[in-house]
Design a binder for this molecule. Structure first.
Ligand SMILES: NC(=O)c1ccc[n+]([C@@H]2O[C@H](COP(=O)([O-])OP(=O)(O)OC[C@H]3O[C@@H](n4cnc5c(N)ncnc54)[C@H](OP(=O)(O)O)[C@@H]3O)[C@@H](O)[C@H]2O)c1
Length: 312
């Protein structure tokens, strides 16, 4: 077979611009692998890229960065994977990976072995949010056992994985969520839940070592008073960063993180999943052909855990 099914778009816009196309099946070059996609995770960045010329510019392009699948071919020089290996990853981000398709080609080290404890849909839900949380909490904030961390949107894609990573590191976790999601976030291990719709988290939370903003707007800046002297606010939304830096002054450290493909991070996530302490929650699983429906759900901003497209 030299062609494949994919979801593409010819103009920027709402979910309705997404439609099925037939494209040439890609071929792996040196150091690359061809992966048969079994499932593709859907993220808010997909929806942002669908509607504005930010990461990928003007269409046509194929969205999607989260992949779980099976290696079909390896290019010259690849030693870490073989045909038949089950792998997961977030290849090429923030450049085009084209995960909403039957096949992707990407550098071999942008993938790692899929954890045996996760099926393809669960494994496809993990890379982008997992790498974001790992690179933010572990590598940037250096979160340690016994420390206190505030996770905003603890029920969201990034948040619910961040909570599990923080608990696995032995931290005390405070999470924000609306009341209907409190049982869910407690089931993930959150020690204290703040209903952000009923109380101002900035009044309710004090003395955290790390505040993790996954919401945006002024949330990062308003998190500064919740943080101890010398603590850190990490945000994954750059829009409010100037405001954050101003609010933090010299008392609190700040960082903005844009997730990067990283085999070490994938291996760390896979180990947590294998040990049974990290498992993404699936809000909805839809077939590839229903990508537009998946985007309507992600556009709502109120999903619980992750949305995944199944390709096989
Ligand atoms: N920089 C990076 O590398 C990077 C990586 C990943 C994601 N991001 C960005 O980070 C954001 C979050 O991503 P995601 O995948 O976690 O999104 P998501 O799964 O769509 O987040 C949805 C969750 O956000 C919660 N929420 C919404 N407003 C809230 C508020 N004011 N306070 C607390 N919770 C709130 C909702 O809970 P309720 O229903 O209870 O409101 C819902 O559970 C997106 O904008 C995404 O583009 C950036």
């Amino acid at each position: 077979m030299s062609s494949m099914r994919a979801i593409s778009q010819t103009r920027l816009g709402g979910p309705e611009v997404l439609h099925e196309v037939t494209l040439p099946k890609p071929q792996p070059g040196p150091t690359e692998v061809l992966v048969r996609v079994h499932a593709a995770g859907v993220n808010p960045v997909d929806a942002k890229t669908r509607q504005a010329p930010n990461l990928l510019g003007e269409p046509p392009f194929v969205l999607g960065w989260d992949v779980s699948g099976v290696v079909e071919e390896v290019g010259y020089g690849v030693t870490v994977h073989r045909p038949g290996d089950e792998v997961f990853g977030m290849p090429l981000f923030p450049r085009q990976a084209g995960a909403y398709a039957e096949y992707v080609v990407a550098p071999s080290r942008h993938f790692a072995r899929k954890p045996s404890t996760l099926d393809h849909p669960h494994a496809a839900a993990l890379p982008l949010v997992g790498l974001t949380a790992w690179q933010s909490l572990v590598e940037t904030a250096d979160l340690r056992a016994g420390q206190r961390v505030l996770v905003h949107a603890a029920a969201g894609g990034v948040g619910h994985v961040a909570v599990q990573i923080a608990k696995a590191r032995g931290a005390h976790v405070i999470g924000t969520a609306s009341a209907g999601k409190h049982d869910f976030v407690r089931s993930l291990g959150v020690d204290e839940v703040v209903d952000y719709t009923a109380v101002d988290f900035a009044d309710a939370v004090r003395d955290v070592d790390v505040a993790f903003d996954t919401v945006g707007g002024d949330i990062a800046a308003r998190s500064v008073p919740t943080v101890k002297d010398g603590g850190i606010v990490v945000t994954i939304l750059g829009g409010g960063y100037g405001q954050l830096v101003e609010a933090a002054g010299t008392r609190v450290r700040t960082a903005v993180v844009l997730c990067e493909p990283d085999r070490h991070g994938l291996l760390a996530l896979a180990e947590l999943a294998e040990n049974g302490v990290l498992r993404p929650e699936l809000d909805s699983v839809l077939p590839l052909a229903e990508a537009a429906k998946a985007h309507e759900l992600i556009d709502s901003g109120h999903t619980k855990g992750k949305i995944v497209l199944t390709v096989v």
